[in-house]
Write a protein that binds this ligand. Structure first.
Ligand code: ADE
Ligand code: ZN
Length: 330
């Protein structure tokens, strides 16, 4: 059979995708018009141009604008629902999506409980309409004030009570903002049954990952720079800490200069659990099937290896047991 069709049909898990980074250009325009916002674009052509990838600085600017277009709980529910639908189209069976509550929304008057409710409503609709189970990681953006992280952690603990939230993440600009700065918030979350799933080892080298290890991370977002440190690779392998690898994102953000330099294969061969993911699919112009296809065409994974990678990913889902059994594992 056609390889592309086989890869498309394979069941998948997506563990690293940002709700805001999955906002479709059409939806961005819809929100801009609905709220009569001046975010620098007003026509379909301008929006298409805005979503064309240029460089990292432009990506950050676009990310900010997408975030700024979210003004009310229904907007959060809409983009989350659309992400779920898109995942269903990729044969994703289980989706852990990252959402950054942050002061930007609260400043506009969306209280945390209404944000949680919007995520929860969307996940319920996604499950009802597609059968895709959706859970959330709430991300503290590293550059935001320290006490903000405590609030995000508290929101995680509240969201974990309904089963919607499974993890506390750390995103944003890594240099100079190690996880240890946020120790109190991280310990509060993990002490209350919320997993810690930071981005690390993307803009910062192996030390960024080592800095997270003290907090017993369930997985690491990106983490690809672990490849620079053989001892660290052994730790990740022995402690079975999976890396959520996002090859196209790494290329677009300049984390790797060329896909030929990308360490996915070396990480896999070192015995580190790895999964492939999209990160910000609307901004990096990718989807999960594309990333899986890359694993085969570029990184030389056979279909059986790809299936093994998906099962390793399924092993690291953060949801409670009933969820995990649904993934068809023994
Ligand atoms: N938030 C969205 N995408 C991100 C990335 N690639 N690194 C850190 N934070 C992010
Ligand atoms: Zn990310």
């Amino acid at each position: 059979a056609d390889l592309s069709a086989v890869v498309a049909a394979m069941p998948k898990v997506e563990l690293h995708v940002h709700v805001e980074g999955s906002m479709r250009p059409e939806t961005f325009l819809r929100l801009v018009r609905k709220h009569r916002l001046d975010l620098g674009v007003s026509t379909e052509r301008e929006v298409r141009e805005l979503f064309r990838f240029r460089d990292f600085a432009h990506f950050l600017d676009l990310y900010e604008r997408c975030t700024a277009a979210i003004r009310e709980p229904d907007d959060i529910a809409l983009i989350t629902y659309e992400l779920g639908l898109r995942a269903h189209g990729q044969n994703v069976r289980h989706l852990e999506a990252t959402y950054s509550p942050g002061p930007r929304y609260r400043g506009r008057g969306i209280p945390y409980d209404e944000q949680l409710d919007a995520l929860s409503r969307a996940a319920e609709r996604v499950l009802a309409d597609t059968g895709v189970r959706m859970r959330f990681v709430l991300d503290h953006v590293r550059g935001e004030p320290l006490d903000e992280c405590l609030e995000v952690a508290a929101m995680c603990v509240a969201g974990a009570r309904t089963g919607d939230v499974v993890g506390l993440g750390l995103g944003g600009f890594e240099p100079g903002r190690p996880a240890s700065l946020f120790a109190e918030a991280i310990r509060y979350a993990t002490g209350n049954g919320v997993a810690f799933v930071p981005h690390a080892g993307e803009a910062v080298g192996p030390e960024g990952i080592r800095d997270c290890l003290a907090f017993d991370p369930a997985r690491i977002g990106h983490g690809i720079r672990a490849v620079e440190d053989p001892d660290l690779l052994a730790v990740l392998r022995d402690r079975r800490i999976p890396l959520e690898v996002c090859p196209t994102s790494n290329l677009r953000t300049g984390t790797v200069r060329d896909l030929r330099d990308h360490p996915l294969r070396r990480l896999w061969e070192a015995g580190v659990p790895v999964t492939v993911n999209t990160d910000d699919p609307s901004m990096f112009h990718t989807d999960l099937t594309d990333e899986h296809r890359l694993a085969v065409t570029h990184f030389g994974f056979g279909v059986a290896e790809l299936a093994a990678m998906t099962l390793a990913g399924a092993d690291s889902v953060l949801s409670p047991e009933p969820d995990r059994q649904d993934l068809g594992r023994r």
